[in-house]
Design a protein around this ligand. Structure first.
Ligand code: GLN
Length: 248
């Protein structure tokens, strides 16, 4: 069956594998789930890859040391395989990151956005909040009894997307439809967390016209990202949804 990998340097590796296993069972799909630390392992992930949270500076250093940084870029941006980054994984999948260390930080890229690292502050400002995730509505992950249940979202020194870079892109006639895939904002954290510098400076972009919040879930073609950690709760609806998107 199809193989899905979890980049296994640090973070919620086991938790993602467990959630994927449960999600596949609930969809009655037969998938193989592997840990990825080498380009050979990455190569075998024909169906997709999850990049978990942790520390993005550490992730990019580990990937570089294992000779995985270029293969990961190739996987995401040339082969255009399916990838999902949670938290530090979302940072890795963004084209730009702010609040990085002085000597910079290498990213994989794939999402035409800028992320703001540690947007909500330090570890002790981590929080859990209930989100209404409209994108789950059409999923079999969402049966009648769960359709109105909010999703328990765990934010741990989380990034948010504070700028879309696509607006500046000129149309390239050579681009394949995939390369033209727009950034789809899937969830915004409303209200109380919106008082960030980018929003105040009007840099939040057209997706949030009333400055309504921070982008915390998005997709662009084959790349999906969440600021929060669905693998750290036992709500598998997002894992089920993602499997539905990538296994057709
Ligand atoms: N703050 C971390 C970083 O910048 C991400 C935290 C997380 O993945 N929970 O990489």
């Amino acid at each position: 069956g199809p193989t899905i990998g979890v980049l296994a340097f640090q973070g919620g590796v086991i938790e993602h594998m467990t959630a994927l296993t449960k999600a596949a069972a609930s969809l009655q799909k037969d998938i193989t789930i592997i840990e990825v630390r080498s380009s050979a392992e990455l190569e075998s992930c024909d169906a997709g890859l999850i990049i978990p949270g942790g520390e993005s500076t550490h992730l990019s250093r580990a990937a570089r040391e294992c000779g995985l940084l270029e293969p990961l870029r190739d996987y995401v941006k040339v082969k255009r395989r399916q990838v999902w980054g949670t938290c530090a994984g979302l940072i890795m999948l963004s084209e730009e990151a702010s609040a990085v260390k002085k000597d910079g930080q290498e990213l994989i890229g794939g999402l035409d956005v800028r992320v703001h690292r540690n947007h909500f502050g330090r570890q002790n400002e981590s929080f859990m909040t209930n989100l209404d995730l409209d994108f789950l509505r059409n999923s079999t992950a969402t049966n009648e009894s769960s359709s109105s249940l909010p999703f328990p979202a765990m934010f741990i020194r989380a990034p948010v997307v504070d700028k879309l870079l696509t607006a500046a892109k000129t149309h390239d006639a050579e681009a394949t439809p995939q390369e033209d895939a727009p950034v789809e904002v899937l969830a915004v954290l409303p209200g109380r967390h919106a008082s960030n510098k980018a929003a105040a400076a009007g840099e939040l972009g057209p997706v949030s016209p009333e400055g309504a919040g921070d982008i915390i879930a998005l997709r662009q073609g084959n790349v999906f990202g969440t600021s929060f950690h669905p693998e750290l709760t036992d709500d598998i609806r997002i894992h089920v949804w993602w499997l539905e998107q990538i296994l057709s």
